[in-house]
Design a protein around this ligand. Structure first.
Ligand SMILES: Nc1ncnc2c1ncn2[C@@H]1O[C@H](COP(=O)(O)OP(=O)(O)OP(=O)(O)O)[C@@H](O)[C@H]1O
Ligand SMILES: [Mg+2]
Length: 234
């Protein structure tokens, strides 16, 4: 079976005036379809850079990236916008919701740029927000806002869900509920989910764990028996 995602010798150099900052210095890994992937590593290691390049939000300096049989590293700006719109769902640390739209409207907005959106009310039910659909973000708890953000990403029906420290702003039990939702969603729908975390205890829940160090892959581990989020303590 061909891998669903492949990074081949991916390099990223940020240029700030005359200064060159090598964020990625030759990154190689592959990911199979339907996996929950944990990307771990110290601050500044290059985790967000990897995710942003994979999601078409940043370009790479060198190397090759294949997603679902397409060489996205060759995409021009227009193709990249289309890829980002239709194929990728993003979840960030600080939710990024539109404050003057309700929870449901935030999700609806995202589906307007999708070719094949899911039923938004059903998605709200799936993330446990049936009763909060008509509330505004300021009326929701942090965990509820993050669930809106996840619903918004899922409702687009993307090939790939990318999460950059999705529990970074949440307390322990709320963070755990969010991770459980991500793991359950991947298992239920076969969606490929990539999660960045600082927390090494979370590596146990990944089907695959990619450890990043100083702009390179330090190790890749495949867990034959990943733990259920509910059974992990940290
Ligand atoms: N837009 C940018 N311009 C210049 N340098 C950048 C930019 N984005 C990231 N970098 C640099 O690239 C390196 C990797 O950054 P990245 O954000 O990928 O790290 P990270 O692993 O996500 O860290 P953290 O855990 O703190 O979020 C860092 O040295 C950072 O300063
Ligand atoms: Mg980061």
């Amino acid at each position: 079976m061909e891998p669903f995602i492949e990074f081949k010798n991916v390099k990223k150099i940020y240029k700030m005036g005359d200064v060159e900052i090598p964020a990625l210095s030759g990154v190689d890994f592959s990911i199979n379809k339907g996996e929950v992937v944990i990307i771990a590593g110290a601050s500044g290691a290059g985790k967000s850079t990897i995710l942003n390049i994979l999601g078409g939000m940043e370009t790479l300096t060198e190397g090759e990236i294949i997603v679902d049989g397409k060489k996205i590293s060759d995409y021009d700006q227009t193709q990249r916008i289309g890829y980002r719109r239709y194929d990728v769902g993003f979840v960030f640390q600080f939710y990024n919701l539109v404050q003057n739209l309700t929870a449901l409207e935030n999700v609806e907005l995202a589906t307007q740029i999708s070719r094949d959106p899911l039923d938004i009310v059903q998605v709200m039910k799936d993330v446990g927000l049936e009763k909060q659909m008509d509330l505004f973000p300021a009326q929701l708890s942090g965990g509820e806002q993050q669930r809106v953000a996840i619903a918004r990403a899922l409702a687009k029906n993307p090939k790939l869900l990318l999460c950059d420290e999705p529990t970074g702003a949440l307390d322990y039990s709320t963070g755990k509920a969010i991770l459980k939702l991500l793991q359950d969603t991947s298992r239920r729908t076969g969606m490929t989910v990539v999660i960045i975390t600082h927390n090494l205890a979370l590596t146990a829940i990944g089907d695959r764990v990619i450890r990043v160090k100083s702009g390179r892959v330090d190790s890749v581990t495949v867990n034959e028996h990943p733990m259920d989020v509910a059974d992990v303590e940290w």
